[in-house]
Design a protein around this ligand. Structure first.
Ligand SMILES: [Zn+2]
Length: 195
């Protein structure tokens, strides 16, 4: 029994490091497809890809990149990192700013038209703008504070998730796979994961 022996069969002849299997059995392949027209187009690409990026369908040559992976490599994929929360912008959205500007503008124009005075229109515009600023500033501040608190909580969760991810990734790098029994394990632990 060696240090990396499989806990099921007790042997290491069919044992390989999980990260090595994953790297050996994953590759990126480019295929070049020539197309005479859409109805006579040939597609030489194989189907065992997990993702497919095609560019330039109209050109006579198309390059397609495939990630080619064995079924085993797919099942032995490393853990995925958590997604980082988005920082709040702290600004009013463009759409609501535009809506307020439009309403204020219309009020100014209506006053201008009603009293036949551009000066009154401008005064109305300034007065309504001032009203909006007075009315919206505290609300905006509260919303920004709420967003900041929410972001802080998300960031804390993200840091915890990141730590958990690092631990899972470390375990992944320590893991071995026995091809005889189809199990994944960390040597020294009496615990296997069927793959
Ligand atoms: Zn085994």
């Amino acid at each position: 029994m060696s240090q990396i022996s499989c806990p099921v069969c007790g042997r290491d002849d069919l044992v390989q490091k999980v990260s090595a299997i994953y790297q050996n059995e994953t590759s990126i392949a480019n295929t070049y497809t020539s197309t005479f027209d859409s109805s006579y187009g040939t597609n030489s690409s194989s189907n065992n890809s997990s993702s497919n990026y095609a560019s330039n369908y109209n050109n006579s040559f198309t390059t397609t990149s495939h990630i080619q992976q064995s079924a085993l490599a797919q099942r032995l994929s490393p853990p995925l990192p958590p997604t980082k929360p988005e920082e709040p912008s702290g600004c009013m959205t463009y759409a609501s700013f535009l809506a307020i500007l439009m309403i204020t503008g219309v009020i100014g124009l209506v006053v201008w038209d009603k009293f036949n005075s551009p000066l009154l229109g401008i005064i109305a515009f300034i007065a309504v703008t001032w009203f909006w600023i007075r009315a919206l500033t505290p609300r905006r501040r509260r919303a920004a504070e709420e967003e900041a608190a929410q972001y802080k909580a998300q960031l804390q969760q993200y840091e915890a998730d990141w730590q958990a991810y690092q631990n899972r990734l470390n375990r992944w790098y320590q893991s071995y796979y026995c091809r005889r029994d189809g199990v994944m394990y960390v040597p020294g632990e009496n615990f296997t994961i069927p793959i």
